[in-house]
Design a protein around this ligand. Structure first.
Ligand SMILES: [Zn+2]
Length: 403
């Protein structure tokens, strides 16, 4: 592996380059679906290792900028090409391969409907994208059997078809929302925040976006400053065997304790304005090692996996501020103030009768426990109760008896 790695020190003319720390070879047939945004497994990365991926190109204007930035840092990435773009700009695809990047595909026309597409349409989109991208390449075998579903709109039909062709489905571990109308600064912030939250993983970017090209240098500087390393991923071939790994390395958080963990796959937040609902995670994503209950008929299993759930609103989990106040103990000052107000009311009531005083005293004790001592003293402001213990005011005993 060391021989294929372009160390930072080996980046001619760029002594401060981040570089590519190592290359891993993966076998799509052994791990057909990767990326924790949707799947159980992800690439076998170590802590602080990052894989950069770019979708939707090539579009010369911004893709060339991204290519130059990566070249200056000696970083190798993976690009998911749209077939129609490859047709329009075959030179752009050849440039990627010439620069040593990995090239996979991203469908022919990028329809945002893969989650409900019939098999024949899926085949046409997948195969079309591969054919167009291959046609752009001088050596079609340079094309990696890696596929990213447009909009990450996964479905079992799509995944099964890709698996049958030995193609690996790449989701991601985190996006940076660079397809949204946000600033390049925000793209940079999201990329780093989400990476820091997981500590490693596959970053999803788009080389056709100006904001991505603008954010990339900052992301790379920060990756270097925070001690991250870039990993390049290539597919296994007959003369390039897969990097040996343990099964547990393909999990983002290997279960280290003997604690049972139920992990629901993350709901993809790769939402487009057109779609109101997101596809539900398939049963197969929950825990593939669990055998399916035999009592369930095939039909029920299939239907369950097609169910579409609405995304719960963020506000569903928020506690209204007012109810927070109930949970918090009132400050001593506030309690004292409240108690003295009650006490003066109680004092006024004393003139009217002792029964009402008792009632006031009880209320004060309930509303502000910390101020009850003062309130009790206030109730007996005539001075006769001065020497009595404040913890057992006669008024409270009386009120309890009444109840
Ligand atoms: Zn895309």
């Amino acid at each position: 592996m060391a021989s294929t790695a372009a160390q930072a020190a080996d980046c001619p003319g760029h002594p401060d380059a981040l570089g590519t720390s190592r290359t891993i070879v993966v076998d799509p047939r052994e791990h057909p679906r990767i990326g924790t945004m949707q799947y159980r497994e992800t690439l076998p990365l170590r802590d602080h290792e990052v894989v950069l991926t770019f979708d939707d190109g090539p579009v010369p204007k911004h893709s060339n900028q991204v290519l130059q930035i990566l070249a200056d840092e000696c970083i190798k990435a993976t690009f998911f090409i749209i077939g129609a773009q490859a047709k329009a700009n075959p030179e752009g695809v050849r440039k990627l391969v010439a620069a040593g990047h990995t090239v996979g595909t991203h469908s022919q026309n990028h329809p945002l409907s893969f989650q409900k597409m019939p098999l024949d349409k899926v085949q046409a989109e997948v195969d079309g994208g591969i054919a167009s991208t291959s046609a752009a390449l001088t050596d079609p075998s340079a094309l990696a059997p890696f596929f990213r579903i447009p909009g990450l709109l996964r479905a079992e039909v799509v995944e099964d078809y890709l698996a049958s062709r030995g193609i690996q489905v790449w989701s991601a571990d985190f996006p940076a929302d660079d397809w949204r109308h946000i600033s390049s600064d925000r793209v940079y912030q999201l990329a780093m925040q989400r990476l820091e939250a997981k500590g490693k993983g596959i970053l999803l970017l788009h080389d056709i976006q100006a904001r991505t090209a603008a954010a990339l240098p900052k992301i790379i500087r920060d990756l270097k400053a925070r001690g991250y390393h870039i990993v390049h991923v290539v597919p296994a071939t007959t003369d390039r065997p897969a990097t040996p790994t343990e099964a547990v390395e393909w999990l983002m958080h290997p279960p280290s304790e003997r604690v049972p963990i139920a992990r629901w796959p993350a709901i993809p937040n790769f939402v487009f304005t057109r779609s109101e609902t997101l596809p539900a995670p398939a049963l197969a994503d929950l825990n593939t090692e669990l055998p399916r209950p035999t009592s369930l008929s095939r039909q029920i299993v299939a239907r369950a996996s097609e169910t579409v759930f609405p995304v719960p609103g963020r506000d569903l989990f928020e506690i209204p501020e007012k109810s927070l106040a109930v949970l918090l103990t009132p400050s001593r000052r506030a309690a004292t103030k409240q108690a003295s107000t009650e006490a003066s009311r109680a004092a006024a009531a004393t003139r009217k009768g002792k029964a009402s005083t008792a009632s006031r005293g009880r209320q004060t004790a309930h509303v502000a426990p910390t101020g009850s001592k003062r309130a009790a003293q206030g109730d007996s402001s005539d001075g006769t109760a001065e020497g009595k213990s404040a913890t057992e005011p006669p008024t409270r005993v009386a009120s309890l008896k009444k109840r």
